[in-house]
Design a protein around this ligand. Structure first.
Ligand SMILES: [Fe+2]
Length: 200
């Protein structure tokens, strides 16, 4: 028997080394409180099942707080992933970056990051604060449901989960549906999310 496995749904993940974790945490230390309070002052802060703002100034945290070292580090990882996915890509740009705050009980519905006018190529989450059981990110087969059958095991497994952990980076193609399971810890779960565009 020979089975060819095509059309993979790649997910990149990396747990920061101790030195990298130090850089990440010192980069974000000053902005977490500020950004949280500013987001809460906006009218759309609680329009979802978790705290996030879609106002433009909250979608540019890497630039807004001049997190150059973290920006560079993320760009390196995104570049490594994109090189495997699309070797002809000439340039990449992290164009949106924002914070998400999940309090105990919070979750996020299944969604993707394909903006109708300018679809990004990959998206990512860097977990900044995440206790055990604070809500896995769960990916679904991009065509899940379309075949009429869903298997949780075997070659056609239609879902895959990654547990959040401080300083863990997860990258994925922007069209891949994903959701965040309920935060069952007693602490807030904080992630930095971003969209990456390429020039090809
Ligand atoms: Fe997302």
């Amino acid at each position: 028997m020979k089975i060819d496995l095509w059309f993979a749904t790649p997910v990149y993940h990396h747990d920061a080394s101790e030195a990298e974790a130090g850089m990440i945490q010192s980069s974000v230390a000053q902005m977490l409180d500020t950004e949280y309070k500013e987001i809460l002052s906006r009218d759309d802060a609680k329009s979802r099942s978790y705290i996030q703002s879609r106002h433009l100034e909250h979608r540019q945290v890497l630039h807004k707080y001049q997190l150059d070292e973290l920006h560079h580090w993320l760009t390196q990882h995104c570049g490594g992933f994109i090189k495997k996915l699309h070797p002809d890509a000439k340039a990449l740009e992290i164009r949106e970056s924002w914070l998400n705050f999940y309090f105990p009980g919070d979750s996020q519905e299944v969604h993707h990051h394909m903006h109708p006018t300018s679809p990004s190529f990959i998206s990512g989450s860097l977990y900044l604060e995440a206790e055990p059981n604070s809500g896995d990110i769960k990916f679904y087969h991009p065509a899940f449901g379309a075949s009429g059958y869903q298997s949780s095991q075997g070659l056609e497994t239609f879902e895959a989960s990654y547990a959040p952990k401080p300083n863990r980076l997860v990258l994925f193609r922007s069209h891949v549906p994903h959701g965040v399971m309920q935060n069952r810890s007693d602490k807030v779960r904080i992630s930095l999310s971003f969209n990456v565009y390429i020039q090809d």
